[in-house]
Design a protein around this ligand. Structure first.
Ligand SMILES: NC(=O)c1ccc[n+]([C@@H]2O[C@H](COP(=O)([O-])OP(=O)(O)OC[C@H]3O[C@@H](n4cnc5c(N)ncnc54)[C@H](OP(=O)(O)O)[C@@H]3O)[C@@H](O)[C@H]2O)c1
Length: 271
């Protein structure tokens, strides 16, 4: 009897952080993993690296086409590629905001549209969209980042209902602070800095944001959650991963009077 072919996974943003951890872990558990990055870097252990920029239609079509032509299927997609844009909403230009959405939101949509026809045909698949606790709570000076993740939350809630009849599952993971290169890769809106009315509050809040990220849990915690999903059979809408003090803030938002919750959040960010 021949062994069944390994399941095939596509993981965006596998050059670093959460995507890298997911790629390495899934490969070590027998999946055939294709990780992606915008530039040719060394592949995570046991994986094949493809170049992919999620902001470009042609790049997504080409990378997904490459996996399909080699494997004939994609069973698992982890939409992980993303970055943080920091700055007050007033200091953020529309172009900076659009680019944040092109990556964190439309990038996911592009990949979903590219993989769904084959998943439908094969009557199965798992799509894991990496959101954020910032997709459940609007974070000051990360307003556009939060907005892109809130959009991803609504998108995924809708998507999972549409694709379930075809045996496809879509889920969200909401990580709290995870120690990755998200801190170094963060883009600051150009108008932050000297001359901005918000500068003092912004710099203070950014220090808190960076401190929390650098004290965050390792990205492997998110990868372990992805692995549980890959190996599992039932799929909730969302899974939170992080320190309890952070993940419980979503419950606190639901339970506490809104003014009280907001006051606590503002005080946390020094506002
Ligand atoms: N770290 C946290 O605390 C945290 C918390 C909640 C949610 N998240 C989410 O987790 C995901 C991964 O972030 P991370 O923390 O692992 O950060 P990271 O270490 O900075 O990794 C980000 C990855 O995204 C890729 N990427 C960025 N822009 C891209 C684009 N246009 N096209 C393709 N790939 C792109 C990067 O690849 P290249 O630059 O090499 O192309 C890199 O591999 C993001 O969606 C982030 O919002 C992170």
């Amino acid at each position: 009897m021949t062994a069944p072919a390994p399941r095939v996974a596509l993981i965006t943003g596998a050059s670093s952080g959460i995507g890298h951890a997911c790629a390495t872990l899934l490969a070590s558990h027998g999946l055939k993993v294709y990780g992606t990055a915008r530039q040719a870097v060394s592949a995570p252990e046991g994986c094949t690296l493809l170049t992919l920029d999620v902001t470009r239609d042609d790049s997504v079509t080409q990378a997904v086409g490459e996996v399909l032509s080699r494997e004939g299927r994609i069973d698992v997609v982890v939409n992980n590629a993303g970055y943080g844009l920091a700055g007050s909403i007033e200091d953020t230009s529309l172009d900076e905001a659009r680019l944040q959405f092109e990556t964190n939101f439309f990038g996911v949509m592009r990949v979903c549209k590219a993989v769904l026809p084959t998943m439908r045909l094969l009557q199965g698949g798992l799509i894991v969209n990496i959101s954020s606790l910032g997709g459940a709570i609007g974070l000051p000076f990360q307003g556009l980042y939060s907005a892109s993740k809130f959009a991803l939350e609504g998108f995924t809630e809708a998507l999972r209902q549409e694709v379930r009849p075809f045996g496809i599952h879509a889920v969200l993971i909401q990580p709290g602070d995870i120690q990755t290169r998200i801190t170094q890769n963060r883009v600051r809106a150009q108008a932050t800095g000297p001359g901005s009315t918000y500068q003092e509050h912004f710099e203070g809040a950014l220090k808190v944001i960076e401190r929390e990220e650098q004290a965050g849990i390792p990205p492997d915690a998110v990868a372990q959650q992805v692995l549980r999903l890959v190996m599992g059979r039932s799929f909730r809408v969302r899974y939170r991963v992080g320190r309890l003090s952070q993940t419980s803030s979503v419950a606190a938002k639901a339970i506490l009077p809104s003014g009280m919750f907001e006051k606590a959040l503002m005080s946390f960010y020094g506002l």
